[in-house]
Each structure stands twice: as structure tokens, then as C-alpha cells.
Design a protein around this ligand. Structure first.
Ligand code: SAH
Length: 364
């Protein structure tokens, strides 16, 4: 029955536009990750480009969302390739970029910023930006057509919520208020992740040219039972609100966030089993929810813990608000994020997770 399974590809989108609660204005953490990962991007682009120098380089960013990060990826790739071309004394290629995201993504905002982006490019750079709406769990491009895939902070999103009405997946009363991912993530989530990630790898390997490369970064979890996730925190907060009669219990039982955070070993195993890619590099970058672990001055840039909590609640609102609104209605949103901010302040030192960064080459 289709209605049991939430149609993630129709509901999921980040907050659009350029307003105060938009993703465009609240994606600093993701931006810091992009900057931190840049040396690995450099290494993998160079490797791909040295075996695949082409007059038109085709690159796709999967799960681009809207806002400045979508263009940061393109300008990073252009800089790296132009630099490499100069070093190899070959002509710089034309770039064709495909920006992919789900159907509800605010592609219009991206299009409106295009003139500004084109303006920043050096005169001798030809770069053509295309949009490619659709799910990356399946075919997006013709076979043998793309040189390089990039995807940042998107692959922890599942294609669908597993059938949680099944007995196995139903949360026990103990689990409802539990913030640790192991208890809030039933086994069917791991199974769904494996299916999705395998399909992702298979689709990309078909679409890549021989020797094509891929750089993936997404949220993972440590191999302990102490991982706190945003989904876990939401569940705890929503459960409190059920106890206070602010939300109906049955509503909460049917609310499940389509996110799975895998361990590095789980990811490695799936790549090996699928068999189309060799792993050039797999790193875990420790990432604190407030981003302070990603650069030197992050921690001091907040006045106090309250500021820090507010910052975290704001950027997670840009990501999760549409899902919460679609399920519970608009009325509860302010209250949920106020409570979220307070929980973050209490839990701050424990709020860390690994960002998994994986560089892959298609096996010829
Ligand atoms: N890469 C950007 C955005 C990350 S937000 C950055 O680093 O800032 C994650 C994005 O992945 C969201 O916009 C979401 O809509 C998209 N996404 C999630 N599942 C997807 C899928 N199956 N296919 C395409 N995009 C997806």
C-alpha cells in the first residue's frame, strides 16, 4: 500500500528562498564541510582528470539544495581543473555542470543567482549549468556520460521510510524518549540504507565514463551506542509534547525521519559488495553540531552556549521544518525548535558525529 510509505521524494526539501529560515541562509556547517573536504576533492579530481582530460568536462552535484553551497562546488571544481590544465599545459575544458536535487527543491533561487555566478568566472572559462531534478536513487543521466560525481550531506537521506507499521520496526515505550540512534533506528533502517546506497552506486557506475570518479561526504555514526542524532532529539522532544497533550500520540507513532547514519565499516562493506568502485580514500572527520571542530575560530565565534544552541536549532530548522510541517502542521514548529535549542545547550559536549568522506574510482 503506497500510503504506508511516505513519499520522500515528493515531501522532502530544504527551506527554500533566501529569507531568515531558508537553507540558503543557514548552511554554514555544510559550507565548512565543503571547505574542509576540498583537499580530498582536489586529489580525486586531479586523478580523474589526468586519465580523462576531455574538451567538455561533465560534472554532477547530487543533492545540491539551494543557496551558495551549490555554486561553491562548481567553482572549486573549476579552479582545480584549470590549475591542473595549466600544469599539464593543456587547454582548459568547457565545463558542464548538472545540479541535481529532488522535485521540491528551490531550483528557481539557483537560476536567479546564475548571472551573479557567471559574472564571477574568469573570462576564459566556459561553464554551462544545467538542472537535473529527480532522485539520485535511480537513473539520472545517460550511460557513460559523466566524468565526476560530487555529493555532500545528502546520502544519509533514505529513499523512503521503511514500513514502520510492521511489528519489528515499532518503537517500544522505552525507545520513544531515547535520543541515541541505536534505539531510535530499527534494523529496517539499516536494510533500507543498504538497498538505497547499493542502487546509488550501481546507477552512478553506469553513468560514469571509464575511470570516472566520485566524491561523497555524508553524516555517519561512530561504532558505539552513544550517537545522538537530530532525529533522536526530535523524537524525544515530540514525545515530551505528547505527554503534555500538545501532540496526539498516534501522530508521533507515524512520524519517522527518513535518515540513516551508517558507520564507516557498513559503508565500506556495501561498496565492496556492490563491486563497481575502488575506494581511493575513506576518512571520518569529527564534526561538532556547532561546527567548531571544523575550523580554528569556530568555538570562540559564539558569545555563549545559548547563542550556540540558537545557531544549531536554526540550521536544523532549515533542513527539518518542511518534514515536521507536513506531518504535524505549522502550529507546533516554533515550540519544537525552541525546545530543540534548549536540549542542544544541555547536551553540547556530546553532540559530535563523523562526517564520512569517500573518494571512489569506477573500476574499468
Ligand atoms: N549539497 C548541499 C545540500 C545538502 S542538503 C550542501 O552541501 O549544502 C541535502 C540535500 O539532499 C537536500 O536538498 C535534499 O533535498 C537532497 N536529497 C535528499 N535525498 C535526495 C535524493 N534521493 N535525490 C536527490 N536529492 C536528494
Amino acid at each position: 500500500m503506497a500510503s504506508k510509505v511516505m513519499a520522500v521524494e515528493r515531501v522532502l526539501h530544504m527551506n527554500g528562498g533566501v529569507g531568515e529560515t531558508s537553507y540558503a541562509n543557514n548552511s554554514l556547517i555544510q559550507r565548512k564541510v565543503l571547505m574542509r573536504v576540498r583537499p580530498i576533492l582536489e586529489e580525486s579530481i586531479k586523478k580523474m582528470y589526468c586519465t580523462n582530460a576531455s574538451t567538455c568536462l561533465k560534472v554532477a552535484d547530487l543533492g545540491c539544495s539551494s543557496g551558495p553551497n551549490a555554486f561553491l562546488v562548481a567553482s572549486n571544481v573549476i579552479d582545480i581543473v584549470n590549475e591542473t590544465s595549466r600544469r599539464l599545459k593543456i587547454e582548459t575544458p568547457t565545463f558542464q555542470f548538472f545540479l541535481n536535487d529532488l522535485f521540491g527543491n528551490d531550483f528557481n533561487s539557483i537560476f536567479q543567482s546564475l548571472p551573479e555566478f557567471y559574472y564571477t568566472l574568469k573570462q576564459d572559462t566556459t561553464c554551462l549549468i544545467n538542472a537535473m531534478p529527480g532522485t539520485f536513487y535511480g537513473t539520472l543521466f545517460p550511460s557513460n556520460s559523466i566524468h565526476f560525481f560530487h555529493s555532500s550531506y545528502s546520502l544519509h537521506w533514505l529513499s523512503q521510510v521503511p514500513d514502520l507499521l510492521s511489528k519489528e520496526a515499532k518503537l517500544s515505550d522505552d525507545d520513544k524518549g531515547n535520543i541515541y540512534v541505536t534505539s531510535t533506528s530499527p534494523p529496517s533502517y539499516a536494510k533500507q540504507f543498504k538497498e538505497d546506497f547499493t542502487l546509488f552506486l550501481r546507477s552512478r557506475s553506469r553513468e560514469l565514463v571509464p575511470g570516472g570518479g566520485m566524491l561523497l561526504a555524508f553524516i555517519g555514526r561512530y561504532d558505539t551506542s552513544q550517537n545522538i542524532t537530530a532525529a533522536g532529539l526530535f523524537r524525544m522532544i515530540l514525545n515530551d509534547m505528547v505527554l503534555e497533550n500538545l501532540i496526539e500520540e498516534t501522530k508521533l507513532e507515524h512520524f519517522n525521519v527518513p535518515v540513516y547514519v551508517a558507520t564507516a565499516d557498513e559503508v565500506k562493506e556495501i561498496i565492496k559488495e556492490e563491486g563497481s568502485f575502488s575506494v581511493e580514500r575513506l576518512e571520518s572527520i569529527e564534526t561538532s553540531w556547532d561546527g567548531s571542530s571544523l575550523d580554528d575560530k569556530g568555538y570562540e565565534s559564539f558569545k555563549d552556549d545559548n547563542e550556540r544552541g540558537k545557531f544549531v536549532a536554526r540550521y536544523l530548522r532549515a533542513v527539518f521544518e518542511p518534514l515536521l510541517k507536513a506531518h504535524f502542521g505549522e502550529g507546533i514548529v516554533e515550540e519544537v525548535f525552541l525546545r530543540f535549542q534548549n536540549k542542544v545547550v544541555q547536551l553540547l559536549p556530546k553532540l559530535v558525529y563523523p562526517t564520512l568522506v569517500i573518494s571512489l574510482t569506477k573500476i574499468a
